[in-house]
Design a binder for this molecule. Structure first.
Ligand SMILES: [Zn+2]
Length: 396
């Protein structure tokens, strides 16, 4: 089976929903739809990082444009949508600046026109969490009074108000993607990237279901090094001083990783904004324009700072998930559970831990890692949460 949903790894429920909606949408076009039969004009795709939010939105867009109404993957509607060349599908991928109000208004206007292919006008916004407030309002207006043939597909990490405004959320139907199983991730690495099966299996298990992370682990030596450093933590915990050192090292590594991840786009965004604002005029209204640009720069800095904070939290959380995997392995070995380890390459070390700590000790340590994640999520300062966790990992 190679229809448009084939790359949605391990998302059977979401794919079911989208298939039904595509069929209902085809009924709408034929004029045979039951009112409320599963098709709506605004959708929001959420899911953990790496679960395939934009893949899902694009596949659904293709299914809406499919000549057979199914997302067959073979007709021109499916092909051109997936290739990004369908005249009635607009993909908004914010590169550089966040999505501004001017761009959004133009987009909304064009999306209101009659679809040239006779089916739907589809607008895919891949990072709806990066809309400016004004752009969000322009989008909301369109979603509140949708033109009859227009469909909005938004992608965001979650429906938390930081990501998507509550009013937009309330107008959208939600498709929640889940963390795909390792076997499904390994399969897609082999099929799509040509990764060797044993490497794919290792990376998928180590990434614990994160498709992009599995792909990075399979291809990027630096990602493998960072993971190895995290998994060396249990070995390094030999005393109170070592525990505090390990906490500081873990936080510093997360900061460095986050900085590397956002540095390039930060600089590019700033340069793009400065170019867009020009060198400043001398005519009437120049003062007002200058005030406006100061505001835009400030807004950009605010967004970059919040993105940097999020990138740090993400990097730290990835490290904690890796660490949790190690203690989970120790626990399963201690209780003799017949399951495969998360980290095959540190299974021996986890086995030694299991002997030393027994099941109770391994469980206490696993719980300490999970408690650290929850604490950081609840806005406890990362350093305090991580130090407390390291002390428990050392003492048990
Ligand atoms: Zn098709």
């Amino acid at each position: 089976m190679s229809d448009v949903f084939v790359d949605l790894v391990g998302q059977d429920d979401a794919v079911d929903t989208l298939r039904r909606a595509a069929a209902a949408a085809a009924d709408v076009l034929r004029g045979t739809a039951d009112p409320g039969a599963g098709m709506t004009h605004a959708w929001i795709f959420t899911g953990p990082p790496g679960s395939g939010r934009s893949v899902a939105a694009r596949a659904f867009a293709a299914a809406l444009q499919c000549a057979h109404g199914t997302g067959c993957g073979r007709c021109p509607g499916c092909h051109t949508t997936l290739a990004g060349t369908h005249a009635d599908v607009r993909l908004v991928v914010p590169e550089g600046l966040s999505i501004g109000v001017t761009e959004m208004r133009a987009l909304v206007l064009r999306a209101a026109s009659t679809p040239s292919g006779g089916r739907w006008q589809v607008v895919v916004v891949t990072d709806a969490d990066r809309l400016t407030e004004a752009a969000g309002n322009a989008l909301l207006k369109a979603i509140e009074e949708p033109p009859p043939r227009t469909v909005f597909l938004l992608c965001a990490p979650s429906t938390h108000p930081d990501d998507v405004s509550v009013t937009i959320r309330s107008r959208c139907r939600l498709v929640q993607l889940r963390q795909p199983p390792a076997s499904a991730v390994a399969e897609v690495l082999v099929r799509r990237d040509g990764t060797a099966p044993d490497v794919a299996e290792w990376a998928a298990a180590a990434a614990q279901g994160h498709v992009g992370r599995a792909r990075r682990l399979a291809a990027d030596p630096q990602a493998r090094e960072r993971r190895a450093a995290v998994l060396a933590v249990p070995r390094r915990l030999t005393g109170v001083g070592a525990a505090f050192d390990a906490a500081a090292a873990l936080i510093a590594a997360a900061e460095a990783e986050a900085e590397a991840a956002v540095a390039e786009s930060d600089a590019a965004e700033r340069a793009a904004l400065q170019t867009a604002l020009g060198a400043g005029g001398t005519g009437r209204g120049a003062a007002g324009a200058a005030r406006g640009s100061a505001g835009q720069l400030k807004e950009l800095e605010r967004r970059q700072k919040s993105r940097a904070t999020r990138a740090q939290r993400d990097a730290l959380d990835r490290a904690l998930v890796d660490l949790a995997g190690f203690y989970r392995d120790a626990l399963t070995i201690a209780v003799g559970a017949p399951v495969a380890p998360v980290h095959a390459d540190t299974a021996e070390l986890a086995g030694a831990g299991a002997q030393k700590w027994s099941a109770e000790g391994a469980l206490r340590r696993l719980e300490a890692v999970l408690a650290c994640r929850s604490a950081i999520e609840a806005n406890v300062k990362p350093r305090i949460a991580v130090e407390s966790m390291m002390l428990t990992l050392w003492r048990g």
